[in-house]
Design a protein around this ligand. Structure first.
Ligand SMILES: [Ca+2]
Ligand SMILES: [Ca+2]
Ligand SMILES: [Ca+2]
Ligand SMILES: [Ca+2]
Length: 691
């Protein structure tokens, strides 16, 4: 007997098939093949897929991550190929109420909406105040007016905040504000001002109003209004909901231990901040949601989606927009904060100037357009995301921009359509430096990428940099240190699905080349189609091989005299007179005996290699007792002994295993056959441990 299908069942089945097909089609073919192709290339090079785990191994055997490190950064460092999945990262980072934001059909009573919202704001405020203690916001504001806050001030904020509790307060605030913004329609109530549990509530007029700062909630039904803004501080709530007109927002609008939002439903608006802010928060949340119009956003520092401990999110849902900051914004995170700029469409222009670079590298520091920064040795970065859904867009910045991570941070630029132009200087376009992740992903359109060094899928020092362009006819231009390359055990990937032109300068560090360090590989991979074209210094060249020769990064020569205590020690050993060097080494032996945790141990190992003393055996034995795998590896390189090599080979730390394997070769002894080594140490002869 035939089964009867109702019309509805058939329609539902057809819809689910359509969803399934659309789901498959939506996953670009490039993604399905990236892992397979990268693994095949690593096998051809003799590295094997363990080469993808070098970063994780180094981090697990090194010092713990700094305060405020986002867990997602560690997760991506452990699985570098996961950094290509921009959609997954976006959904992991961005609170769901912001992702599903849309104007609701139903009309709820304003009275009910407003009372509910005020009650939710009061609860979010209570949670914020209990999650945070007051901190020195005066000093922070002073620092923000000149640039990025100091790590000293930010560390004080880290101490004053319960991050998990703060995240709950922020989420309630975001949920409530997104719901209110989705449902509010016309404003059938008279202009008025009244007090509420969270402070003053102002209902504006349909004319052109001028609103001063200080109110907890302003709702304005229409007109071309001017809003003077001041930083929201010390537990305050500050929300503006503007229903129409071409409005202007001025002043400074950063949230410091506060909950702040601007919701602007219509009009060509101008957000011209003289100070920091606009969707910028430190220990709180700050939102800007602009639903339509061609808008202009201007600010100096820390703005347009910037945060430390908390979230700063700027959502512009449509229109041709102009965004400009001097530095530190447009999707910028530091100290565990999430900074998001999400533009829904239109032909947009993003500009980040740059503050002077203290190291004089030839460009300014931008820290923008999907960027994150940490303070080396002190404080972790955050998460910075710039997402643009469609339109032909222009991205301009200098250093640390367009998918850039620095020191335990994640920066991502996710471009979903249109013919785009990317212009930056160094550390940009899918680059990260020092235990960080930088990703640029562009889904469609014929795009142009131009940058200087350290860009376009490049990982520098235990860092992951990826650039994925899933479709279109694209061009990439950089002098070197780019386009699928890495140094210092980094991972760099440039993957294109399309017809691509790769232009590089005279430098060889590109197109899959990467330099070993610490006796371990760095990984650079370039994935391209068969029609790709390559030019080097303006000359057309053949397609590069995908298994380039093993290169070892040269050691940094010491500069003597040095103010660094470790390097100064190396200088002292190097330059000591023959009759003094024995006493010096006796002192170093005492130091190792008396202070088992001395940070100079690694330098002592380097000195041991440079000028081995009469008591080398004693020094090597002392160093071999260290907890640090790096120190033991350096000691084994400097003065190999069979017992230390045997012990090292059985360590879980790959750097030490690499040193142990080199030690067996130097001692002319065969290594034990049963040692569990990572794939690349089994296949490739020992390389130098440079540093
Ligand atoms: Ca208005
Ligand atoms: Ca607007
Ligand atoms: Ca736009
Ligand atoms: Ca675009």
């Amino acid at each position: 007997m035939g089964r009867m299908w109702s019309r509805r069942t058939i329609a539902a089945a057809a819809a689910s098939v359509a969803t399934l097909v659309a789901g498959c089609a939506a996953l670009p073919a490039l993604d399905q093949s990236i892992e397979k192709r990268v693994t095949a290339i690593l096998d051809r090079r003799g590295l094997g897929s363990d080469a993808l785990l070098v970063i994780d191994n180094l981090l697990r055997h090194g010092p713990p991550p700094p305060p405020a490190t986002p867990p997602l950064v560690l997760e991506l460092l452990a699985r570098p190929l996961a950094a290509v999945d921009a959609a997954r990262i976006f959904h992991e980072v961005v609170p769901p109420p912001l992702i599903s934001l849309e104007r609701a059909q139903s009309q709820r009573s304003l009275e009910h909406l407003l009372q509910t919202y005020l009650a939710e704001l009061a609860e979010a405020q209570r949670m914020l105040r209990s999650a945070t203690r007051p901190f020195d916001d005066e000093t922070l504001l002073r620092e923000l007016s000149a640039g990025l806050p100091s790590s000293t001030q930010l560390l004080a904020v880290v101490d004053a905040v319960d991050a998990a509790q703060l995240a709950r307060a922020n989420l309630l605030f975001i949920e409530a504000t997104a719901r209110f913004a989705s449902h509010i329609r016309d404003l059938p109530i008279e202009p008025q001002t009244f007090e509420s549990a969270i402070g003053t509530v102002v209902i504006g007029t349909r004319g052109n109003d001028r609103h001063e700062p200080g109110a907890a909630l302003i709702i304005d039904p229409g007109g071309d209004d001017v809003y003077e803004r001041a930083p929201a501080r010390n537990g305050a709530v500050s929300v503006i909901v503007d229903l129409g007109g071409n409005d202007e927002y001025r002043g400074a609008d950063v949230a410091l231990r506060a909950l702040s939002a601007i919701v602007d439903l219509a009009g060509d608006d101008r957000y011209a901040l003289e100070g920091s802010g606009l969707a910028a928060a430190i220990a709180g949340a700050s939102l800007v949601i602009d639903f339509s119009g061609n808008d202009i956003y201007e600010a100096k520092f820390f703005a347009q989606g910037a945060a430390a401990l908390g979230i700063g999110a700027l959502l512009d849902l449509g229109g041709d927009d102009r965004y400009r900051v001097e530095a530190w914004g447009q999707g910028f995170g530091i100290a565990g904060g999430t900074g998001l700029l999400w533009d829904g469409g239109g032909n947009d222009r993003y500009t980040a100037g740059g503050v002077p670079d203290p190291f004089g590298r030839g460009g300014g520091l931008s820290g923008a357009q999907g960027a994150s920064f940490g303070a080396r040795g002190r404080l972790g970065g955050g998460v910075g995301i710039l997402r643009d859904d469609s339109g032909d867009d222009i991205y301009e910045a200098q250093m640390f921009a367009q998918g850039s991570g620095y020191y335990y941070g994640l920066g991502m630029l996710w471009e979903r359509g249109g013919a785009d132009r990317y212009q930056a200087y160094r550390y940009a376009q899918g680059n990260a430096a020092h235990q960080a992740v930088g990703a640029l992903r562009d889904e469609a359109g014929d795009d142009r990428y131009a940058a200087d060094w350290y860009a376009q899928g490049m990982g520098l020092d235990v860092a992951v940099g990826v650039l994925v362009d899933a479709a279109g006819s694209d061009a990439y231009r950089a002098p070197g240190g780019a386009q699928g390359s890495a140094t210092a055990n980094g991972f760099g990937l440039l993957a294109t699905a399309s017809a691509a032109q790769f232009h590089i300068g005279t430098e060889t560090l590109a197109w899959g080349r990467a330099e070993w360090l610490r006796g371990l590989p760095s990984v650079g991979v370039l994935l391209h189609g068969n029609s790709a074209q390559f030019t080097r210094a303006g000359e057309v060249v053949r397609m590069p091989p995908d298994n380039p020769p093993v290169l070892v990064q040269p050691s940094t020569p010491e500069t003597c005299p040095s103010s660094d205590p470790g390097e100064a020690l190396l200088c002292r050993v190097r330059d000591a007179a023959e009759n003094e060097v024995g006493v010096l080494w006796a002192d170093l032996a005492s130091l190792l005996n008396e202070d088992p945790k001395t940070p100079l141990a690694g330098w002592i190992a380097l000195a041991l290699a440079k000028r081995p003393p009469a008591n080398a055996d004693e020094i090597a034995a002392l160093l071999a007792k260290r907890e640090s795998c790096n120190v033991r590896a350096l000691a084994l390189r400097a003065w190999p002994t069979l017992p230390a090599a045997e012990e090292g080979l059985r360590a879980g730390c790959w750097r030490l295993q690499a040193a142990a394997r080199a030690a067996f070769v130097r001692l002319g002894a065969p290594p034990p056959a049963d040692a569990a080594l990572p794939s690349f140490l089994r296949a490739i002869p020992p390389q130098e441990d440079t540093h």
